[in-house]
Design a protein around this ligand. Structure first.
Ligand code: MLT
Length: 206
């Protein structure tokens, strides 16, 4: 079974507070975002799931094609794998997936946003650090019960402003509730960004 391969990190917290699911950036692991999650919501239970693919020695949630584009078949099947793993581990650790806040960076933020647009995941809230559009979605889902915070850096060589705006526009058209944070730096997470994300998380813990 696919889930047997999952590398999972779990840190217990107050079971009454929304749990945080951490989805790392390219080359990261299941524990990478733990310090950030602790800052965003100190008492939340935390769990992280490592992307099970390795490309050029780096962990990822889906592959690229040989010409450098996104491999949409890999994206589709790995998103299914990840959502199954989320179901398995939220059950195992008794975590409320409806209340859960996904905290994703880059590759991890991308797979979370894609899941909303294409897969009807059970999670409804996310902090997406530096996400981007992976593919056009022809039929938009109704995301009126979804709330998200997302960030972008003006000097980001990976995510252009146009790309980020397109993703936000798509999510907005699908009726998601969106908060945006923009800084003048690159693909990095900076301190004012974390302060903004924390304020959003604090307001969405219930
Ligand atoms: C991706 O591959 O998901 C994006 O290029 C972001 C990243 O480098 O992880």
């Amino acid at each position: 079974m696919a889930n047997e391969q999952a590398h999972v990190f779990f840190k217990s917290g107050d079971p009454a507070v929304a749990p945080i699911l951490m989805l790392h950036g390219t080359g990261g692991d299941e524990e990478d975002l733990s310090k950030i999650a602790s800052y965003l919501s100190p008492s939340s239970p935390q769990f992280g799931i490592r992307g099970r693919l390795i490309e050029n020695g780096q962990t990822r949630y889906f592959n690229h094609t040989e010409d450098g584009g996104f491999d949409l078949e890999s994206l589709d099947s790995e998103t299914d794998w990840l959502l199954e793993a989320i179901d398995t581990y939220t059950e195992q650790y008794h975590l409320n997936q409806e209340k859960m806040i996904v905290v994703g960076y880059s590759n991890g933020a991308n797979v979370a946003a894609y899941a909303w647009l294409a897969k009807h995941p059970r999670f409804k809230k996310a902090v997406l650090f530096h996400p981007m559009v992976l593919t056009q979605v022809t039929t938009l889902p109704d995301l009126s019960n979804v709330s998200l915070w997302a960030s972008h850096g003006a000097q980001d060589p990976i995510v252009s402003k146009t790309n980020f705006d397109e993703l936000m526009q798509t999510l907005d058209t699908a009726h998601a509730d969106i908060s945006i944070f923009e800084h003048e730096q690159s693909h990095n997470i900076n301190e004012p960004e974390l302060v903004s994300a924390k304020a959003w998380v604090t307001a969405h813990l219930n």
